[in-house]
Design a protein around this ligand. Structure first.
Ligand code: NDP
Length: 264
C-alpha cells in the first residue's frame, strides 16, 4: 500500500482557510492516499526548511508568503516566474517546483460573464497576476487604483492605468474588486460616485473576496448586475493545484465535483 502523502497550506493567518477541507474532500472522494493540513508560517524565509522538516509532498501558500514561496523554489513554471508569486509548491526528487494557480483560477471563474473589456480595481499582488493572465487570454484590461505608487509597474508593463483622480468611467463588461477593501471592514474599493457611474453601464461585477457580501457586491447588486464573489476563484485555484499535487491523474471535472462539497 502507498504511504499517505502529506500536504499543507502555509500562511499567516491560516486558521480560516478552506483549503484543507477542499483538498481532503477531493483526496477522500477520489481515493488518493493523502492528508492536507494547515500550518501557520510566521517567517516566510523559513518556508523551505519547514517544508522539508515537516515531510511534505506539496503546499499551497497564502498571504503574506507568495513572494517568499517564489524565492524558495528550485524550478518555476513560466507564469509564476512572470508574476513573481507562487501559491502552489510540489516536491519532486528533493526539488521544489513552484506554480501560480490563483490567476488561472480567476480566469476560469469569470468565464460565465462572457466579458472582453475588464476593469480591475486594485494594484496589489493579486491584481498583478490577474491582469497578466487576462491580457494573455486576450482581454482588454484597465487598472484603477487608489494610489499612484503601485500603478508604476503596471504602466511599465503596458497596462492602461488610472488613479481615482484621473479616471473617467466608461462602459466595461466586467468590474472586479481586487483590493482588500471589504475583507474585514465596510469600505468600498473606490469612491461611491465612481462605482455608481461604472455599475450603471457595466454588464457584471466580481469580488475576489469570498465568504461575505462585500459593500462592493451589495452596490453592484443594487444596480441589478450579475455578480460573483471569490468562491469560484478559490475553488478553481484549488482544482488546478490538486492537479499538480497528484501528477494530473484526474480530470479537472472530477476534482471540481469533490472540492465543491467543501463549500456546501
Ligand atoms: P494587496 O495587499 O497586495 O493589495 C492591496 C491593494 O488593495 C492595493 O491596490 C491597495 O491600494 C488596495 N486597497 C487596500 N485597501 C483599500 C481600500 N480601503 N480602498 C481602496 N483600495 C484599497 O492584496 P492582495 O493582492 O494580496 O489581495 C487582494 C485581495 O484578493 C484580498 O482581499 C484577498 O483576500 C483576495 N484574494 C482572493 C483569492 C481567492 O481565491 N478568491 C486569492 C488571492 C487573493 P493602494 O495601492 O492605494 O494602497
Amino acid at each position: 500500500m502507498m504511504d499517505r502523502e502529506l500536504f499543507a497550506i502555509f500562511g499567516d493567518p491560516v486558521e480560516h482557510s478552506l483549503s484543507p477541507l477542499m483538498h481532503n474532500e477531493a483526496f477522500r472522494g477520489l481515493g488518493y492516499p493523502a492528508c492536507y493540513t494547515r500550518y501557520r508560517l510566521i517567517d516566510g524565509s523559513t518556508l523551505r526548511e519547514r517544508f522539508f522538516s515537516l515531510g511534505l509532498r506539496g503546499v499551497n501558500v497564502t498571504v503574506p508568503h507568495k513572494e517568499a514561496a517564489y524565492r524558495a523554489c528550485d524550478l518555476l513554471d513560466p507564469f509564476a516566474r512572470k508574476v513573481g508569486a507562487v501559491n502552489t509548491i510540489v516536491e519532486h526528487d528533493g526539488r521544489l517546483h513552484g506554480y501560480n494557480t490563483d490567476a488561472p483560477g480567476f480566469l476560469k471563474a469569470i468565464e460565465t460573464f462572457e466579458a472582453r473589456d475588464v476593469l480591475c480595481i486594485g494594484a496589489g499582488g493579486t491584481a498583478r497576476s490577474t491582469a497578466e493572465v487576462l491580457r494573455e487570454a486576450g482581454y482588454r484590461v484597465t487598472i484603477l487604483n487608489r494610489g499612484a505608487e503601485r500603478l508604476a509597474s503596471f504602466r511599465e508593463a503596458g497596462f492602461a492605468v488610472d488613479t481615482w483622480e484621473s479616471f473617467r468611467p466608461r462602459p466595461f463588461d466586467l468590474v472586479v474588486n481586487l483590493t482588500s477593501a471589504g475583507l474585514r471592514d465596510e469600505s468600498l474599493p473606490a469612491p461611491r460616485e465612481i462605482l455608481e457611474a461604472l455599475f450603471a453601464r457595466a454588464r457584471g461585477a466580481m469580488d475576489v473576496i469570498y465568504g461575505r457580501r462585500t459593500p462592493f457586491l451589495a452596490l453592484a447588486e443594487a444596480y441589478g448586475l450579475p455578480c460573483k464573489d471569490g468562491s469560484d476563484m478559490l475553488l478553481y485555484q484549488g482544482v488546478l493545484a490538486f492537479g499538480h499535487f497528484t501528477d494530473h491523474r484526474y480530470s479537472e471535472e472530477e476534482v471540481e465535483i469533490r472540492m465543491r462539497r467543501a463549500f456546501e
